[in-house]
Design a protein around this ligand. Structure first.
Ligand code: HBI
Ligand code: FE
Length: 289
């Protein structure tokens, strides 16, 4: 998820589809310790904040066992549950490569892990973000179908020239999505569950807006890649999210051609507002994009 220019052929040592060997035996004791520290910190925080499918996925994959998970080990259970697999990649891969993997139920995950000095902030997705953040939700059959549909939609969006609109859907759901539950708002977005500070901010802080999910609204909304989101979108259920993704986006893209973006952090008249944030956090910070 970034505007970084990426080379369009795989780096040395990677296969044509950009996958590499995870090289699990090469992780150091310090690498495993970073995973364990982050794992323990986040699972404690997420017990009453993450949605039930995420917490079930953590248990099903036994992600706490032995530090950084061996992809070969977690893939056995993941494949059995939803037909998904995790494959290792060197870092960000080109959009078309990313979508091809998702459409075929392969989740590309970085193999490297952040250092002990950068537990809280990281530009590139590492194995903690990719595996702890994304993979538990892939054990849920409905979410698993949604991600594969997103991969297929990505290929079409590229050929239709609407990648920027579709990328916003990924960002506001897969990365930063919230869900309404009988117990209150819960997190399912990977960018939130893998971040200690955004876990608290997204649910508890008075600053951000929390707005009911609407496909066109989401595609009209830019996002921050460098900071907390000013607005979080709340889905009623994973089934609703999947259903929204299983329609033909071509007419939606045509509609979007005639609509302006909605300013980042603004509310629109037709929004289903769950919490109108006071935006105090972002008002005190420079806007980088
Ligand atoms: N590559 N490894 C990796 N992870 C991502 O999340 C990712 C990517 N390449 C492209 C990409 N995301 C996005 O640009 C698309 O979702 C739009
Ligand atoms: Fe991610």
């Amino acid at each position: 998820m970034s505007e970084i220019v990426k080379p369009h052929s795989p780096p040395e040592g990677a296969a044509a589809d950009w996958t590499i060997d995870q090289g699990w035996d090469d992780y150091s004791a310090q690498d495993h310790q970073v995973w364990t520290t982050l794992y323990e910190r986040q699972t404690r925080l997420l017990q009453d904040r993450a949605c039930a499918p995420f917490l079930r996925g953590l248990d099903a994959l036994d992600l706490q066992r032995g530090g950084i998970p061996d992809f070969a080990r977690i893939n056995v259970e993941l494949e059995r549950l939803t037909g998904w697999r995790v494959v290792a990649v060197p870092g960000l891969v080109p959009d078309e490569v990313f979508f091809e993997h998702l459409a075929n139920r392969r989740f590309p995950a970085g193999r490297f892990i952040r250092g002990p000095g950068q537990l809280d902030y990281l530009q590139e997705p590492d194995v903690f973000h990719d595996v702890f953040g994304h993979v538990p939700m892939l054990t849920d059959p409905v979410f698993a179908d949604y991600m594969a549909a997103y991969g297929r939609g990505g290929r079409r969006a590229l050929s239709q020239g609407h990648l920027a609109h579709l990328a916003r859907l990924y960002w506001h759901t897969v990365e930063f999505g919230l869900m309404q539950t009988p117990q209150g708002l819960r997190i399912y977005g990977a960018g939130i569950v893998s971040s200690r500070s955004e876990t608290a901010f997204s649910l508890d802080d008075p600053s951000p807006h929390r707005v009911g999910f609407d496909l066109i609204r989401v595609m009209r909304t830019p996002y921050r890649i460098d900071d907390f989101q000013p607005t979080y979108f709340v889905i009623p259920s994973l089934e609703d999210l999947l259903e929204a993704s299983l329609q033909d986006f071509a007419p939606i893209y045509r509609q979007l051609d005639g609509l302006d973006d909605i300013a980042i952090g603004a509310l629109a008249a037709e929004d289903a507002v769950i919490h109108a944030g006071d935006q105090t956090y972002h008002r005190s910070r420079p806007v980088a994009q």
